[in-house]
Design a protein around this ligand. Structure first.
Ligand code: C5P
Length: 232
């Protein structure tokens, strides 16, 4: 099934969001992350949803299981289509998150962040002290997420094929770190083009600065959409 590229609305306030969204004439799939949510609160989710856009609420919850469950219960009352936790919180935390979300009556997809796309294998091994390859670590986290009943994971496009082979097509592989050849990589490390992401089995791509910082965001979105769609 085809899913539109998810645009990361990494802006400070609604004025910036409105200025960005104005030239788009169609409903989009957008990601509200910490930058926008923490500075504007849950109200901003309602405002953007009321404009007809689908919402991935990317708050990456990570705390003890009971706290995450209660937080998910609160967030589950928002009309959102996707939300996430950190897989590093463990299987119990992930299954409690799911209970909190469903108790609130939400049918949003719940996915787990494996390793951030800004984390390299060396940083994972040296700073997180995980003595595995990054693929082994991601497969472990993704397997735990699946066992906890989650719908999928956030990973880089480099890992999507491995996860497709082990955990199936239907398990979501939502991949940020998307860049076209002309884009700056910035703080991301595990980056990929939309075409590579599709060929490698990503079910969704998340694109931020490649679109939001472009002088012609609608044109760039359409080019990325075509590249992503064409490789379907
Ligand atoms: O601007 P850029 O395309 O790098 O934005 C990527 C977006 O995806 C950011 O909002 C970032 O918070 C988010 N993200 C990520 N890596 C993850 C999970 C989310 O880059 N593992």
């Amino acid at each position: 099934m085809f899913h539109k590229p998810i645009i990361a609305l990494d802006f400070k306030n609604m004025d910036e969001v409105n200025a960005f969204l104005k030239p788009f004439e169609e409903p989009l799939f957008v990601k509200i992350g910490m930058e926008l949510f923490m500075q504007n609160g849950p109200e901003i989710v309602k405002v953007i949803r009321n404009q007809g856009h689908e919402i991935f609420l990317d708050l990456k919850l990570y705390d003890i299981p009971n706290t995450v469950r209660q937080a998910m219960f609160g967030l589950g009352k928002l009309d959102i289509q996707m939300i996430n936790v950190h897989a590093a919180g463990g299987k119990k935390m992930m299954s409690e998150a799911l209970l909190g979300l469903r108790d609130a009556g939400s049918e949003a997809k719940l996915i787990a962040v494996t390793q951030l796309t800004s984390t390299s294998e060396a940083v994972m091994q040296n700073e997180q002290c995980i003595p595995l390859t990054i693929d082994e670590c991601i497969l472990n986290y993704a397997t735990l997420a699946k066992e906890a009943g989650l719908d999928g994971v956030v990973c880089s496009a480099n890992e999507s094929n491995m996860l497709r082979q082990h955990l199936g097509e239907a398990f979501l592989k939502v991949t940020p770190g998307i860049r076209t050849f002309s884009d700056a990589v910035g703080d991301q490390v595990r980056v990929a083009t939309p075409e590579f992401a599709k060929e490698n089995g990503s079910t969704h791509i998340v694109v931020g600065r490649s679109i939001t910082q472009d002088p012609n965001p609608v044109g760039k979105y359409n080019r990325i959409m075509k590249a992503w769609e064409k490789s379907c």
